[in-house]
Ligand binder design. Sequence first.
Ligand SMILES: [Zn+2]
Ligand SMILES: [Zn+2]
Length: 132
Amino acid sequence: MRLNPTREAILKSIQSSSVPLSARKIHESLDGSVNLSTVYRSLDHLEKNRFVQTISISSVRFYYSQSEHGHFLHCRECGEIIQFQECGVDTLIQSLQTTYNYRIVHHLTFFEGICQTCDQYLNRKKIIQQME
Ligand SMILES: [Zn+2]
Ligand SMILES: [Zn+2]
């Protein structure tokens, strides 16, 4: 399927990002050349036609281009999302396929935690509170 130039540009922006992007971030990356509602419509189109995958975190939708796997770390303090490459679920997939007679074609691994920057900040805050 051919994409129009706007959808092409949006897809490129998602593909060239190492982290999942929200519609607002994608809109920003296009430097105002496309309005936000067109960005939303184009993202719908790209998602329906499986050019991109999505993940919703705290009711915000993020778009990414990897097709078979998605592995994410999400910091619950600052909201940063990191996409990681380590899969680590091959054995689980094998066993699920056997147990439930499923052919698994896609998976999403999502961990929520606290990133190093936030962790250090929280620790400093704790120390200061103890001193008071
Ligand atoms: Zn953080
Ligand atoms: Zn994987």
